[in-house]
Write a protein that binds this ligand. Sequence first.
Ligand SMILES: [Zn+2]
Length: 187
Amino acid sequence: MRGAMGTGRSFLLDPRALARSGKSWAGMVPVRGFDRLAVLAGARATAVDVRLDFGLDDDGRCRVRGHAQLRAEVPCQRCARTVTRAVEADIDLFVLASEAEARALTPGHDTCVVTDPRVPVAALIEDDLLLGFPEHGCEDRDACPHASLEAYRAPSPELEDGPSRARRDSPFAVLEDMTVARDTGAG
Ligand SMILES: [Zn+2]
C-alpha cells in the first residue's frame, strides 16, 4: 500500500485513463521530485529513467508494469568511499480507488490507492526503488576492492616483535594448540 501524498507536483499521470487506452509512459523524472529517494541517492544523482506500461486486468483494474533506474551514490561502510551504483526496480502494481478495493485483491500484489485521478510518477515507483537500493557501496562487501588500501594503512601487528612472534617460532607452539583444541572439544 502506498499513498500519493508529498511527492511533488511534477510528472502527474492519469493511470486509469492511460490503462483504458493501453498506453505507455516513458520519461526522465528529476530525483528532487522524490522525498525519500532524493535523500539516499546523493547530490550527483540527477534523474530516474522510467518506463511504465498501463493496462486493465480481467476485472477492469488499472495495472502498471515497467522499469525504473538511476545512478546513485552509495557509501561503502567498509572502505568509507562513495561508489556510484545503478539502482533498478521492476514495477508491477495496481492503482486502486479505495482501500476496500485493495483488500479485495489477492494478497501479494503491490497496490497504490489514489482518490485523485492524477498521481505523480514518483508515487508509483519510489517504494520499489527504495527496496532495490543497495545496502553497501561496494558490490561485494567482503571483497570490497578498496579494503586492501585500508589494510595497508592500518598498523600491522605481524611486523612487531613480541611474545606472539616468540611463540610462533617455538616448535612446541603447535603441540600447545592441539592440546587446547582437544581439551575444549572434550569439555
Ligand atoms: Zn568499499
